[in-house]
Every structure is written in C-alpha cells, then in structure tokens.
Design a protein around this ligand. Structure first.
Ligand SMILES: Nc1ncnc2c1ncn2[C@@H]1O[C@H](COP(=O)(O)OP(=O)(O)OP(=O)(O)O)[C@@H](O)[C@H]1O
Ligand SMILES: [Mg+2]
Length: 352
C-alpha cells in the first residue's frame, strides 16, 4: 500500500451568528496556531441550522479566507441542530464489518426521518455489562440535504469540504487536547451558540449524554428587543454592553439576568434528567463554550445553580502561539467562540 501523508485541514465552523476559521500547524507533539478569524453573519443568513442565503454565507467565507491570507483549500466543517440525531443504542454483539452491513436496518427505528434521507455513521462503544450479548453503539444520522447544503456553500466559496463532522464531537476533541488532565472524570461541556445550547456530558473522553435546548445568545437579544421595543440590531448592541439613550444599563442587566435564570434552569433540568438515569459519581467541572456564555454573570449563575465548578473554555490553551502573530487578550476573549473551529482543525484527511 502506498503511504499517503495525512493532510491537515482548515477548521471551518459555520454558525448561525458567525463563521469561525482556525488553521493549525500539526507538529510532532503539539499544535501551533497559524490562523484564526471570525466573520459575522446577518441573522437571516442561517436560521435553525439551515442555510437560507447561500451567497451571503459563501461570500463571508471567501472574504474571511482572503483577509487571513489562507491559501489551503481543504476544510473540515460541522453540522448541528435539528437535522442531526446522535443517540446511543443497544445492539446485539457483532463486528464492525457486520454492523456496517446492518446499520441502515438497525437504525431505522431510532431515526425520525426516512432512512434514505440521512447519512449514517456509527461507533461501537463496547459491550453492555448489564445485558449479556448486547453492546452499545453511538449512532449518528444527519440529513443528506443539510450535508449537501453545507458542502455546496463551501464549494461556492472556492473551497472543498473534506470532512463533515458534528459540532459537539469537534468541541469534545478540542477539550481533550486543551484539558488532558480533566478527561478522567465526568465533565459537562455546554456550547451556548446563537440559537442552540448543546449539553454534552463526557465520561472517559466519550460522550455519555447529549441534549440540545432551543435557546442561546439570541434569546437574550430577542428579550431585550421585546421588553424595550427596539430593533434586533439595537438590542444586540445593548446586550454586548453598548449604551443607548433608550435604556439604562440597569434595565438591560435586569433583562439579561432574567433570561440567564431561564437558561440555567433548562441546563439544570437536563443534568437532573441525566443524573436520574445513571448512578453517576460527581462531575469534576462544567466548561462553557460558544459566544452566548459570555453574557455577564452567566458562568457564575451556572456554578451557583448546579453547584459544580464552572469555567469558560479557552480553545487556544495548550496550543503553540507566537505572541508576535496574535494578541493574547483577543485570543483569551475568543477562546469559547473558537472551540468548534479549533476542534475541526485537529482533523486530518486520513480520518473517517
Ligand atoms: N461578549 C459577548 N457577550 C455576550 N454575548 C455574546 C458575546 N459575544 C458573542 N455573544 C453572543 O453569542 C452568540 C453567538 O455565539 P456563537 O458565535 O458561538 O454562535 P454560532 O456558533 O454562530 O451559533 P450556533 O452555534 O447557534 O449556530 C450571539 O448571540 C452573540 O450575541
Ligand atoms: Mg456554534
């Protein structure tokens, strides 16, 4: 067999609020940051994870690559949201080859879409100790039209999608690289994006539970908009700490803390559900990612309500960074936002 050198890929996270790009240099024992950038999208470009205006998205990607002077064309991207099913299912013990042949048939009952509308992937997690002859399988199903929409927009930008991953898997990979000392104990990873909060409980570096909540950074913006009778854009500025003669800082802060309470309550419900279905030992910590986690006071509210040490994930921690190329304060601030893109940039072409 010819030896093909695995190629690194550019991590491209196409979120509904912004596009993030991370380029890493894969060294022998570490990763160096080569490039990082973000481009904001108008709220109507991607709605509920569906690309509504592909030319705006393609142009933003193209401009971002041009501004960062990235020459490479091969990217790893990811999908999330309602077009994606990630489930753990029990199946009779069999080999990977056997399951490859049967997965379509086995998966059918677990997927709320027509089986020929989805691409299916799986990972055998291991035998189920409680049930003899059974094993646990991680089933991943993504609607084909979503994959083709994302790969088409990337092609329209002059690039090529070599890998289409899942947001939460990419964040998981990144977490393992940034916080290797934390993977032996159960950890809660929470990505608060614009429209979706993804909760992912990691055990021994593998996802033990995942759940999406249909809330996020835009829930805060919409509440300011509604309460104060402003446009979405005005509300967004106020949320990010900007001032306006239409509202006092105190009014804004009260609205934000009201929404924070609801968000934290929903997160707690998910964790309670998980705890009720497992005899779980304690979580060592909660790590928050996504732009929405930067709402002032949110991390603290999560920590207080859950009673678990909580911190904001810093995606660039543990990477080789040359201070002359990057402003450390900027990277620190963007750490949670870059998590998925950085996780995608860890991928190589030789992976499936
Ligand atoms: N400093 C900040 N303080 C508060 N909110 C912020 C801050 N920076 C970004 N946000 C909010 O974070 C959200 C965007 O986060 P992110 O970029 O992670 O979302 P996305 O990945 O584009 O969306 P999704 O994953 O839901 O498709 C927006 O609602 C934005 O207003
Ligand atoms: Mg996101």
């Amino acid at each position: 067999m010819a030896f093909i050198k695995p190629k690194s890929l550019i991590g491209l996270d196409i979120g509904s609020h912004s596009i993030k790009v991370v380029e890493l240099k894969h060294q022998k024992k570490r990763y160096d940051l080569k490039n990082f950038g973000v481009a904001q999208l108008p709220p109507e470009a991607i709605v509920d994870g569906v690309i509504m205006d592909s030319s705006i998205v393609a142009e933003s990607i193209r401009n971002l690559f041009a501004n960062l002077k990235i020459k490479a064309k091969n990217v790893a991207t990811s999908v999330a949201g309602h077009s994606l099913i990630v489930k753990k299912i029990p199946l009779p013990l069999m080999t990977e080859e056997e399951l490859e042949e049967q997965i379509q048939w086995e998966a059918e009952q677990y997927i709320p879409f027509e089986i020929d509308e989805v691409n299916i992937d799986f990972q055998i997690l291991g035998p189920l100790p409680q049930e003899e002859g059974q094993m646990e399988v991680l089933l991943v199903a993504v609607k084909k039209d979503i994959i083709s929409d994302y790969t088409a927009v990337i092609a329209e930008a002059g690039l090529s999608a070599m890998v289409v991953d899942v947001d939460s898997f990419a964040a998981e990979n990144l977490f393992e690289v940034c916080y290797p000392e934390k993977i032996d104990k159960p950890t809660v990873l929470i990505d608060i994006g614009a429209g979706i909060i993804n909760i992912n409980i990691l055990k021994n570096g593998v996802s033990a539970f995942t759940r999406d909540i249909t809330m996020g950074g835009s829930t805060f913006t919409e509440e300011i908009q509604k309460e104060l009778g402003l446009s979405y854009e005005e509300a967004e500025i106020l949320k990010l700490g900007g001032s306006s003669d239409q509202a006092s800082a105190e009014e804004v802060s009260n609205i934000l803390s009201g929404v924070t309470d609801n968000v934290v309550l929903e997160i707690q419900r998910s964790l309670d559900f998980y705890s009720a279905t497992t005899s779980e030992e304690e979580f060592q910590g909660v790590f928050l990612a996504g732009g929405g986690c930067m709402v002032p006071g949110l991390a603290m509210a999560v920590e207080e309500r859950l009673g678990i040490p909580t911190q904001i994930l810093h995606a660039f921690k543990g990477l080789g960074i040359s201070p002359k190329d990057f402003d450390p304060d900027y990277l620190e601030a963007m750490g949670p936002v870059a998590a998925v893109a950085a996780g995608l940039a860890l991928r190589r072409t030789d992976e499936r």
